[in-house]
Design a protein around this ligand. Structure first.
Ligand SMILES: *Cc1c(COP(=O)(O)O)cnc(C)c1O
Length: 222
């Protein structure tokens, strides 16, 4: 089965109201084009150079999401191309994105990355860190950043209950923020969680954006 058919089949099972990010990292532009021709417009990349190279040759109306760990020295490079950065994992990065976006005279949407999984990644805020990071004072000093939600990953385990509980934790942090500090920010509405192997559980636990690569494009060759 090719990219088009896999994407069509996936779209048939993703519920309405859940946005699909096609994670195209490590795949050639021809594969992205096939997805584009099948109607896909949101693509997720995890490396700055790769995202910029692809953005230069893909159609203008692609919405590029950055989903990997973002080094501060790459912010300037990706900002002209991205519409959403999923992986803001430090206050320093958040402030830097704001100042670089100001410099360009634009606003950029970001998600704050939560670290709840047991192993997987060392990046992201713990729930407590994130809840205490966001203050009216900090938000007032980020005029060019729109904090649009949270992103996270579940533990890479077979135990379904464990995976669900990680997703539930991410969703509950989102809910606390939405009902608290972010309650008068209508754009705070994205819960990005779930990948090829666990997105149905993520959607079940309240994801409204999923990031799926392998199911659409096949295995990556690193
Ligand atoms: C690679 C990646 C994905 C997609 O993973 P698949 O298992 O191929 O669906 C999702 N989210 C992040 C942060 C990634 O780095």
């Amino acid at each position: 089965m090719g990219v088009r058919d896999r994407l069509t089949r996936l779209n048939g099972s993703v519920p309405e109201g859940v946005e699909l990010v096609a994670v195209s990292k490590f795949h050639p532009v021809e594969a992205l084009r096939e997805a584009y021709d099948a109607g896909q417009r949101i693509f997720g990349e995890s490396r700055a150079n790769e995202l910029c190279d692809k953005a230069k040759v893909m159609p203008e109306d692609v919405r590029w999401h950055f989903i990997g760990h973002l080094q501060t020295n790459k912010v300037r490079q990706i900002l002209p191309h991205v519409t959403l950065i999923h992986s803001v994992d430090s206050e320093r990065l958040l402030r830097l994105i704001d100042s670089e976006a100001s410099r360009l005279g634009r606003k950029v949407q970001v998600l704050l990355q939560l670290h709840v999984a047991r192993e997987e990644t060392k990046y992201g805020f713990t729930p407590d860190e994130l809840l205490s990071l966001l203050t009216p004072d900090l938000l007032a000093h980020l005029p060019s950043v729109e904090v649009a939600g949270v992103m996270g990953m579940a533990s890479n385990v077979d135990d379904e209950e464990r995976i669900r509980s990680d997703f539930r934790t991410i969703r509950s942090v989102f809910d606390m923020l939405r009902d608290g500090i972010m309650s008068d920010v209508p754009g705070f509405k994205i819960v990005s969680m779930g990948m090829s192997h666990d997105w149905p559980l993520a959607v079940d636990e309240g994801a409204n954006m999923i990031r799926v690569g392998t199911t659409i494009f096949g295995e990556r060759e690193y």
